[in-house]
Each structure stands twice: as C-alpha cells, then as structure tokens.
Design a protein around this ligand. Structure first.
Ligand code: FAD
Ligand code: DLZ
Length: 507
C-alpha cells in the first residue's frame, strides 16, 4: 500500500526527511491551503514566493519520477487545511499512513498528531542541532547564552576551525564589526529575478485573493527555485560578504539591504541548505576574498543564532508565544501597518517592509522592536505582526526573536537584558534622524525624539526587575543622577505621548 508523504511549503528541500524515507509508489502530498495562507495576514510577496516555489518543487519531483498530488489554492475540492488535504488524499489513494517531516510550528505539529490517520513525524534534520541535542546542551545551565552554544556548533561542523582552535585565534570577531553607516554603499542589493510563467500565474492568484493584506506584491523579484537561490547566494558571497561584518548593524534610509545576504527566506523554505551557505562563506575567507570578521560574523548568525533560536522555540513549548513577562498590554499602533507617523525611522522601516517583505536584523530589533518594547505593546500582537509581514517568518524562528530577543516577554531566556535604546543609538548607526520631524538631540519638549522619552520611562517602569541587573547598572545610574524635575518631565511627556498614540493621534 502506498503511503502519503507530506511536504509543507517551507520543506522544499530535496533532502527533506520525509522524502528520504519515501519510496517510488508513495504519493507526495503538497497543498496550497487557505488555513496556512491566512493564520496571520501574510505579506502577499511571502505567499507568492511560497506558492511559486512549491509549484516548481512539485514539478521537479514529478520530473524525477515521483507521484505528486498537488492541490492549488483555487481547486474546487480544496478542503482548506493540511489535515483536510491529507484526509482527502488518504481516501483517494486508499491509505491511512502518512510520513511527514516535523513542521516548524506547534500549531501544525499538534494538528498532525490529532489526525485519525497514522502520521509519523520525522525530525527535521536540515538543522544542526536536534531537539535532544539542544536539550542536552541546555540542561543544568543557569543561563542559555548563544555564544557557548555557537562554539559547540563550530566544533560540530568544523566550520572556521583549525584543529580544536577557532580560525583566526578567536571565536567571535564582533569587536571589529558594528561600524556606523558608511557614506556610500558599493553593493546594489540582492540578485533579482524576472517572473517566469509559473510565478506570473501565482502572482495573478495572489493578487485576486490577498490584495487586502498589508504589503506590495509587485515588483516581485524573489528567487523561487533552488537554482535561482544558489545564484542569489553566489552574488552575495562575491559582492557583499566582505563588508557584511563591518556594516552589520548599520542602517541607511535609502539602502534597504546594505551588505546583508537576503537569503533567510530561501534558507527557511528549504531552497538553500545552511551548510552550502556557510561553506561558501568559509571558502571566500580561505580564498582571501572576505575577511575573517565578516565570515565569522555571518556564519555565527546561521549556525549560532538561527540554531539557538530554534532550540529555544522547541524547548519552551507551545505556550511560548503567549509569554508576557513585562505585562505589556498596549495595542500595536496603526503606523506598523503603514499609517502616517512623524518618526522617520519607523516610517522607513515599515515602508520597506511593505514593499520588500524584508527588513534587516537591526531594523527589526532596534527600530520596530525597540519601539514596541519601549511603548509597552502586547508582545503577542508584536509577534503576529512579525509573523505576517516578513517573507522569512515561521514561528520556530520568528517567535524566539520577537518574544525572546526583542520583547523580553520570555523574562530573559534569550537575552540577559532587554534590547532597548534611546534615539542616540539610532542616530549613531543610521541616517534616519537627519530627516525626522523630531529631534534626537532634544530630550524633552514637543520636538523630543519619542525613543528618548520612552527609553527612560521604560527603565523607570521596570525598575524592580532591571535595576539589580549589573548590565543595566550604568543606565540606572545615569537616570538616577538626572535632575528630579527633568525626570518628572520625561515621565509625564512619555505618558502623554503614549496616550496620544492610543487615541489614534499621528505621533
Ligand atoms: P543576514 O543579516 O545576511 O544574516 C545571514 C543569515 O543569518 C540570515 O539569512 C538568517 O538565516 C541568519 N540569522 C541572522 N540573524 C538571525 C537570528 N537572530 N535568528 C535566526 N537567524 C538569523 N529571521 C528569520 O529567518 N525569520 C524571522 O521571522 C525573523 N524574525 C525576526 C524578528 C526580530 C524582531 C528580529 C530582531 C530578528 C528576526 N529574524 C528573523 C532574524 C534576522 O533579522 C533575519 O534572519 C535576517 O534579517 C534575514 O535577512 P538576511 O538573510 O539578509 O540576513
Ligand atoms: C506560510 C505558508 C503559507 C502562506 N501557505 C502554505 C500553504 O498553502 N501550504 C503549505 O504547505 N505551507 C504553507 N505555508 C508554510 C506553513 O505555514 C509552514 O509549513 C508552517 O507554518 C510550519 O512552519
């Protein structure tokens, strides 16, 4: 009897576990379904990317001799959900056995477990650390710091290792990174691809069905198959990697991609494998084409941060996205969905999110994330926003970044202190402040940068929790030294700002 082999939209890898366990005669099930396309209002570019990549992957499997039962979104008998499609195909093919690769979201894992079919969920071995390996690493540790986990991954992969020692004599070259924004950027951005027939068909479908979602569908330029994604990777390695480290934390209003790779959507959907990305970067260093600070910094993001985040998501369990350690409850303001704002940095970060379904790490962390945290926005709302608007967003990677790293809603599992800053950091690392209606130099008054007000108000509000943290002692010392009248003014103006925002004023 044939078995059903489930391949989800973010499992488009020839080496995906379920496919490795399959044999000819089994039926591969792939489905574009309303449930997955709408559990958050995904950016239209994200939906188009996945549907086009799914269709091309299915075609490649058929060329390879596999029997693929593919459901398009508009098929009349489409049941609308992954479990529904498995049931329908099970009946069609007279089988009750399903082999799946574990999905990247508790919601779907549980839905598959609850099915009245025999569903086997195999570990997703596209990652370096299995759940049990992460568990073993984390067991008994008081703090789960990424840096130590990352060293394990370096040893495990042998990447940038010289015997037992890290290449270049150090594990981490961050000290050489994080330069402020350069005056000029000599990288034209990620490789862009003209839509082919498959992509055009999907664009029409997405236009018809998801045009109300936040985000611009066109121009659509993403890679949608493995060959294109490989070319996009090579383009980055040759042209941007050498300066990746230097400008990793910089932001420029007219340079959406700076020296970033823009490969997360390909990697997370399965079009690229982490090993080929890291090995290409390591090779560039060995060939003398990229410096160690860039290559180490880049590889750390992938075998360090990305693996660590996944470990946290699965270790912490299904309730993780509901954590709210700081008890924040304000609503996400409309400016996150493109409504007018006087804050130029938010305006630009949201604008590029709307057009590209992309923002680089420091924009996500220190512009939108920083603002949401300082303003006390409900972390679950923040989580749903990030999950919807970025083309690379799946809960296993998005939630620990948002709930953990950005919003401190997990109470300090991912970060030992909250990522908060006043406007000074933004002014130092970007050119946003030069064109802003507010003044970053003003600490109080109508023109004062809201980050300046909200930063101190945040520290004051959470004094009991953060004052004892040695990493925050300096911040509290500065606040406590400030003139009492000035502190009162800051707190009162911060409150006024938040109230005006809550009432719908343009802030
Ligand atoms: P580069 O800056 O070129 O980095 C190279 C690769 O490293 C990325 O492609 C990515 O695979 C990996 N990487 C870097 N930082 C992280 C990180 N913190 N966690 C996991 N992987 C990382 N990344 C996602 O893939 N999906 C998300 O939904 C997501 N949500 C985020 C939300 C917030 C609030 C923050 C602060 C970060 C989030 N990240 C997310 C991490 C990071 O911002 C993106 O991976 C990165 O911006 C993708 O762009 P890039 O490919 O140009 O990355
Ligand atoms: C994100 C997404 C979207 C928009 N649509 C589909 C789909 O129609 N079919 C599918 O198999 N997968 C889709 N996905 C990806 C899933 O949501 C993803 O597999 C789970 O969230 C687990 O990571």
């Amino acid at each position: 009897m044939s078995r059903l082999i489930l391949i989800l939209g973010d499992q488009l890898s020839p080496e995906i576990a379920a496919l490795k366990a399959a044999q000819k005669g089994d039926v591969i099930v792939m489905a574009e379904v309303a449930d997955e396309a709408s559990y958050v209002p995904h950016h239209p570019k994200k939906i188009a990317f996945l549907f086009a990549a799914m269709r091309k992957f299915a075609a490649a499997l058929r060329d390879d001799g596999w029997d693929v039962a593919y459901t398009e979104l508009d098929d009349t008998d489409n049941s609308g959900s992954i479990p529904g499609e498995l049931l329908r195909r099970a009946e069609q093919y007279g089988t009750s056995e399903v082999i799946a690769t574990e999905p990247g979201e508790w919601r779907l894992i549980e839905a598959l477990n609850d099915m009245p079919l025999k569903v086997r969920q195999l570990s997703d071995d596209r990652f370096l650390a299995s759940h049990s390996e992460f568990e073993a690493w984390s067991k008994g540790r008081k703090e789960l710091r990424m840096e130590y986990f990352y060293r394990e991954m370096r040893r495990k992969t042998g990447l940038l290792m010289e015997g037992d020692e890290p290449a270049g004599g150090k594990w981490n070259f961050d000290h050489d990174n994080r330069k402020p924004a350069p005056d000029e950027v000599d990288f034209g951005g990620p490789m862009q691809f003209t839509p082919d027939d498959t992509v055009n068909e999907v664009l029409e479908l997405v236009e018809a069905r998801f045009s109300d979602n936040f985000g611009e569908l066109r121009p659509f330029w993403f890679a949608t198959d493995r060959g294109q994604a490989r070319r996009a990777l090579t383009h980055f390695i040759r042209n941007a990697l050498p300066k990746f480290g230097d400008y990793q934390d910089a932001m420029l209003r007219d340079e959406r991609f700076l020296y970033h790779a823009v490969v997360s959507m390909y990697l997370n959907a399965g079009l690229l494998h982490l090993r080929e990305i890291c090995e290409a970067a390591e090779q560039a260093w060995k060939d003398g084409e990229a410096p160690i600070n860039a290559v180490e910094g880049f590889i750390r993001q992938i075998i360090g941060w990305r693996e660590y985040m996944r470990g946290i998501y699965f270790r912490e369990g299904p309730d993780y996205t509901r954590r709210n350690a700081l008890k924040h409850g304000r609503s996400l303001p409309p400016m996150f969905w493109g409504a007018e704002t006087r804050m130029h940095c938010i305006e630009k970060a949201v604008e590029q999110t709307r057009t590209e379904a992309y923002a680089h790490h420091i924009q996500r962390l220190m512009i939108t994330g920083n603002f949401a945290l300082l303003a006390g926005i409900d972390p679950h709302e923040v989580h749903e926003w990030y999950l919807a608007v970025y083309a690379d967003a799946y809960e296993w990677v998005e939630a620990p970044n948002v709930i953990g790293m950005s919003q401190f809603a997990d109470g300090g599992i991912v970060g030992s202190k909250p990522y908060v800053s006043s406007g000074n950091y933004i002014a130092k690392m970007s050119d946003y402040c030069k064109s802003c209606a507010y003044s970053v130099k003003e600490k109080t008054g109508e023109q004062a940068c809201p980050y300046n007000l909200l930063y101190w108000a945040f520290l004051d509000r959470h004094r009991d929790r953060f004052k004892p943290n040695p990493r925050m002692a300096q911040m509290y010392a500065t606040w406590d030294r400030m003139d009492a009248e000035k502190r009162k003014t800051i707190l009162s103006e911060a409150e006024t700002f938040l109230n005006r925002m809550a009432q719908g004023a343009t802030v």
